[in-house]
Design a binder for this molecule. Structure first.
Ligand code: KIV
Length: 305
């Protein structure tokens, strides 16, 4: 396939073009579908990793509520609060200046109605510096998506496996496997596009279903476990880097084993300290001999009152 590989915002100073890197906008990302350029999206939830993701040329940074699992240690995304998300999203925004920033609205922040959703979404833009928000769900979220968009907030939709409903779904299971369920998903996706969503995540659905949705929608589809036909792909950074050992979904590809490198480095530190190898002269501060002598002399004298 003749994928164009130039990056829309090659950052300066990291082997990129000498011109100022461009801050990507929602229309830029939507245009990528029309131009046949694939969209890359990666999660980040802190300033350090946001800097690295931004530097890589990834197009969209998602502050996903999967951070509840990989950063906060919850077994699912359900307990994550808006305060948790806004705090992490603000940290990401301080580290990224090129990628489009999308904040994931957590469970409970939009299910209670469009006005509650609007209040929560405003926090993502005002307090956290996000460019857009993401909402999980199909037809039941259409009114909410419309309200946010009418009030100037760009929305990324999310259908298929929606992890905030993990208990109801009976686990992290592939969705839309029957003709009936797949048809419902196609209709949901069309309704969300009609409500004004600028893109849509398709999570854990059969590849042919994702292909049909991608062909029918004008807005970009971003797949995770949805096969190769989507307009873009997203993964969770901790899965990509091998930083989250407990659970690895079938669709997650590990591109590096950073977790093992971290453990190796920490073991080396532990050994160096225990054996007296660290800190050595190179990592310590010296004192002028005259000052040291003066100190010792002064300590030998009783303290003046
Ligand atoms: O929370 C998240 O990381 C997500 C992605 C998996 C799409 O929603």
């Amino acid at each position: 396939m003749s994928e164009k590989l130039e990056r829309p915002h090659e950052p300066t100073g990291y082997g990129g073009a000498p011109s100022l890197p461009k801050k990507l906008t929602v229309p830029d990302v939507v245009a990528m579908k029309k131009d046949g350029r694939r969209i890359t999206m990666m999660t980040a939830s802190d300033v350090g990793f946001a800097r690295l993701v931004d530097r890589s040329g990834i197009v969209v940074i998602l502050v996903g509520d999967s951070a509840g699992m990989v950063m906060l240690g919850y077994p699912t995304t359900v307990p994550v609060t808006t305060d948790d998300m806004v705090r992490m999203a603000a940290s990401v925004a301080r580290g990224a200046s090129h990628a489009l920033l999308v904040g994931d609205m957590p469970f409970g922040s939009y299910q209670t109605g469009p006005q509650d959703a609007l209040r929560s979404a405003v926090r993502f833009l005002k307090e956290a510096g996000m460019d857009a928000v993401k909402i999980e769900g199909g037809h039941e979220t259409v009114d909410t998506v419309r309200t946010l968009v009418e009030n100037g907030i760009s929305v990324m939709a999310h259908v298929g496996l929606t992890p905030q409903r993990v208990a109801m779904l009976g686990g992290f299971k592939t969705q839309a496997r029957t003709a009936r369920a797949a048809r419902r998903l196609v209709e949901d996706a069309l309704a969300l596009e009609d409500a004004g969503a600028f893109s849509i995540v398709l999570e854990s659905i059969p590849s042919p279903v994702a292909e049909i949705v991608t062909q029918r929608l004008h807005i970009p589809t971003i797949g995770i476990g949805a096969g190769p036909s989507c307009d873009g792909q997203v993964l969770v950074l901790h899965d990509v880097l091998g930083l989250f050992g407990e659970f690895k979904p079938k669709f997650a590809k590990r591109y590096a084993d950073v977790g093992s490198a971290v453990v190796e480095a920490l073991r080396a530190f532990d050994t160096d300290v225990r054996t007296g190898v660290f800190p050595d002269e190179e990592h310590s501060f010296a004192m002028k001999p005259a000052e040291l002598d003066a100190l010792k002399e002064s300590l030998a004298r009783p303290k003046a009152v």
